[in-house]
Design a protein around this ligand. Structure first.
Ligand code: AMP
Length: 168
């Protein structure tokens, strides 16, 4: 699969090596989704699959369909109708805010799998994990297509992550 992932130097900023996953998706999308599905630790124990805006949606929605689970979006600020909660994210190239729909305190604490395309510094997923807890969910596992391990080597990740492709 690696040969279908394109490294783009200095995009979107100087010094960033951007991983372009779209050639892989164009040619092997079904294989990628199937391989990701096999990486889910205990699918029967997961109630919903949460995807992170925007490339995480591609995989989360396909996995939700394959595993016959519901899909939940974790979106960039200002896109979801209220009531939502917000969390700041420190990115490899900038600062952002993400939002998720808040549950009623009376609702059951459903177990979710959090899905994104790439784990880089880990900032986005850490924020998504914390946000989902604040919103009344029980995050179980994080699943990504690519783990850029060298970008979070000095950081203690506070969530269990599984990836399809690792880069050192
Ligand atoms: P981070 O919060 O640093 O782990 O960054 C995660 C998010 O930023 C992911 O959703 C990716 O879509 C995007 N991202 C970060 N670094 C890269 C990269 N080198 N190539 C492509 N996308 C990236």
């Amino acid at each position: 699969m690696r040969e279908w992932i394109r490294d783009v130097q200095d995009f979107p900023k100087q010094g960033i090596v951007f991983k372009d996953i779209f050639p892989l998706l164009q040619n092997h999308f079904t294989d990628v989704v199937d391989a990701l599905a096999h990486k889910i630790a205990k699918p029967s124990e997961i109630d919903f699959i949460a995807g992170i805006d925007s490339r995480g949606f591609i995989f989360a929605a396909a996995l939700a369909y394959k595993l016959q689970k519901g899909f939940i979006p974790i979106r960039k600020k200002g896109k979801l109708a209220p009531p939502t909660l917000t969390e700041h994210v420190l990115l490899e190239y900038g600062i952002a805010e993400i939002e998720m729909a808040e549950r009623l305190p009376s609702q059951k604490k459903d177990k979710i799998l959090i899905v994104d395309d790439i784990l880089a510094t880990g900032g986005t997923i850490e924020s998504a994990w914390n946000l989902s807890l604040r919103c009344g969910f029980l995050p179980q596992q994080v699943l990504v297509l690519i783990d850029l391990k060298s970008l979070h080597r000095d950081r203690n990740l506070t969530f269990p992550v599984t990836s399809l492709l690792d880069y050192d």
